[in-house]
Write a new protein. Structure first.
Length: 69
């Protein structure tokens, strides 16, 4: 899954880490802070996109799911 966020630096990544690590099913996640859209990539099985969105919002960041083409 991919999401557009405003997570734009290592401090922001650190701030969201605890929240994303609590989402069941996530095996790996990373944020491409070099990308202008600050893309969050989430890998895992049975991960619910709504839970990812809720976790990032709870951490205080904006997030929008990018629909798969």
């Amino acid at each position: 899954m991919q999401f557009k966020t405003n997570i734009n630096c290592s401090n922001c990544v650190r701030a969201v880490t605890a929240f994303l690590n609590e989402v069941p099913g996530i095996v790996h996640w990373e944020v491409d802070t070099a990308n202008p859209d600050k893309i969050l990539i989430v890998e895992g099985s049975g991960v619910d996109a709504r839970q990812v969105v809720a976790a990032v919002q709870e951490a205080g960041f904006d997030i929008v799911e990018i629909e798969a083409v």
